[in-house]
Design a protein around this ligand. Structure first.
Ligand code: 4NP
Length: 205
């Protein structure tokens, strides 16, 4: 795939609750679709909860991907970390609850960065785990843009309102068709997100 390479590749993290159904589906689809795109860097997924830590994706996610000829995807579930806000450019949530959690965490990462930049170097005091996680990134660290993936629900545009777009419903307790619906949504959002990045590449500075 070719793309406008006048920009830095974007590192993208897909986020849901358990990291076994929706965000792995998004990651599997997006890897298949965009991994070699010049404007796409690292791709990963994580959950806001750790219930399923290190588990593989739900079998229904994997069978849906296989049915659509995506057979080389694998993942071990993990929880979002504070460092993710500094290593990824976009954190893309599946629903409004995931989004709220991420926006809340983002504020705390920004607050920790501000504390770090105003505290004198060498000052005594306890370093919080947030400070430890961001320690190596310096004062000018960029903090990820947090959006709902469904904010890229319409071709070429980003929803004006954060979280104003389409929700990817949790299919965990529903029927098998829920997984196909998730698949169809994330295919559409993936295309729209790449279109958006081509129009709005990250600055190379
Ligand atoms: P996901 O789905 O957030 O799309 O991975 C879920 C998986 C497991 C649970 C909830 C949602 N759970 O409660 O265990």
């Amino acid at each position: 795939m070719t793309g406008d390479s006048n920009g830095r590749p974007a590192n993208v993290l897909f986020v849901c609750l358990g990291n076994i159904c929706r965000s792995p589906m998004a990651e599997g689809v997006f890897r298949n679709f965009a991994a070699s795109h010049a404007l796409i860097g690292e791709i990963d997924s994580a959950g806001t909860a750790a219930y399923h830590r290190l588990e593989p994706p739900d079998p229904r996610t994997m069978s849906t991907l296989r049915r659509h000829k995506i057979t080389d995807y694998d993942h071990a579930a993990r929880k979002v970390t504070r460092e993710d806000f500094l290593t990824f450019d976009y954190l893309l949530a599946m629903d409004k609850s995931n989004l709220r959690e991420l926006l809340h965490e983002r504020e705390s990462v920004i607050a920790a960065l501000q504390r770090k930049s105003t505290s004198k170097s060498g000052a005594k005091g306890t370093r919080s785990h947030v400070d430890a996680a961001i320690g190596e990134y310096g004062e000018d660290a960029k903090v990820a843009v947090v959006r709902m993936f469904g904010d890229f629900g319409k071709a070429g545009t980003l929803n004006d309102r954060v979280g104003g777009g389409e929700v990817v419903q949790d299919p965990y307790y529903g029927g098998a068709n829920g997984f196909e619906e998730v698949y169809q949504q994330v295919v559409r959002f993936s295309q729209n997100f790449v279109d958006y990045l081509e129009q709005n590449p990250l600055s190379s500075e």
